[in-house]
Design a protein around this ligand. Structure first.
Ligand SMILES: [Fe+2]
Length: 350
């Protein structure tokens, strides 16, 4: 895709910023036809926004419509935040309504943060969201089940961050219940925030690489593999220059979430327990969500199949004990669970 050409007259937009509270749009939305190398109208002015919701690829607007787009996205963000704050604390709202408002606000919050990485107010605002989600999901398996169902499929570029965060929160609650981890409320919040921001460095990766549908060249792969360091630098600078309070756990997750137990990860090729435990936990949630996510370049697989892949094809990449608990939490309750129960006793391959 020739993004450089596209971006001279057209602007890549994030549809999540528009979708929640509007039925019609005051501007046109385009897709890009890679074969014919031209823009194609996806939704005209005043078309129902449902057309946009069904489309999975990147979408663009004319640069002339940027002001209208920004107005709508600000309004949408405010409405989602107010709706979340009202719904999540209300005794009159059902679990389904709470989960829906959580997703609507979480989506636009992640998109806003990743589109405006230099705004420390958004990061501070995230603390409130995370606290509410931890409290909402704590130990309630109906809530956990609803959240997991919501993470099964997605089309948005940045929803992955939200999904990894929600899976991670569920997983942390389970590890606390099983007494595998003992964490204070503050430590849980710190881990949750790290999960939420784990891929923040991706904003520095050019869209023509980040959104590429085909195989990556060596140079493109090297570029993508810089995102943990870029994300770490971004938040580290915020701590120093903008007085944003973040703990080492946040930074560990961002910096080390692509390291693997056998040393095959990046960027440092750390091995085993040299990888901080919070990053080991994030790596399982990250890969699991990548497998179940519906992307333009691959179809998703269901949750149980993803657990099978983690165990049968990837288990040497992850912390054994953490993977065992993860599969007991989310995997099919059959032969695989039995294998998993015995798995942590097995000898590591020489
Ligand atoms: Fe990542």
């Amino acid at each position: 895709m020739i993004f450089s050409e596209l971006l001279t007259n057209y602007k890549l937009i994030d549809p999540v910023q528009l979708c929640t509270h509007f039925k019609l749009l005051p501007f046109e939305i385009f897709t890009y036809n890679e074969t014919q190398k031209n823009y194609v109208l996806l939704a005209g002015k005043n078309n129902p926004i449902d057309i946009l919701k069904k489309y999975k690829g990147p979408v663009f607007i004319s640069k002339n419509d940027m002001k209208a787009y920004l107005n709508i996205s600000f309004e949408n963000f405010d409405k989602c935040r107010t709706d979340f704050e009202d719904t999540i604390s209300s005794d009159l709202s059902s679990t389904e309504e709470k989960v829906k408002s959580l997703y609507n606000y979480g989506d636009v919050l992640v998109a806003n943060i990743l589109n405006n990485p230099d705004d420390p107010e958004l990061i501070k605002g995230t603390h409130f969201f995370i606290k509410k989600v931890i409290h909402f999901s704590s130990g309630d398996f109906v809530v956990i089940d609803r959240l997991q169902r919501m993470t099964d499929k997605d089309k948005y570029q940045f929803r992955h961050s939200l999904n990894v965060f929600l899976t991670g929160i569920t997983f942390i609650h389970f590890l606390l219940k099983e007494k595998f981890l003992q964490l204070s409320e503050q430590e849980v919040s710190a881990m949750a925030l790290g999960l939420f921001f784990h891929d923040v460095g991706m904003i520095y990766i050019p869209p023509e690489i980040r959104l590429k549908t085909g195989a990556l060249t060596t140079h493109e792969r090297d570029t993508i593999q810089k995102h943990p360091i870029l994300g770490f630098d971004l938040l580290n600078n915020m701590i120093k220059q903008r007085n944003v309070s973040l703990s080492d756990v946040n930074l560990d997750i961002i910096k080390y979430h692509h390291e693997r137990m056998d040393g095959s990860g990046y960027p440092f090729k750390l091995q085993g327990e040299n990888i901080p435990v919070a990053a080991r936990l994030c790596s399982i949630c990250d890969v699991y969500n990548a497998l179940i996510m519906d992307r333009s370049y691959h179809s998703s697989i269901d949750s149980f199949s993803a657990c099978r892949v983690l165990f049968e094809e990837m288990r040497n990449l992850f912390d054994r004990q953490l993977l065992k608990y993860f599969l007991i939490l989310l995997g099919p309750k059959n032969q695989l669970t039995q294998n998993v129960e015995n798995y942590s006793e097995e000898k590591l391959p020489e």
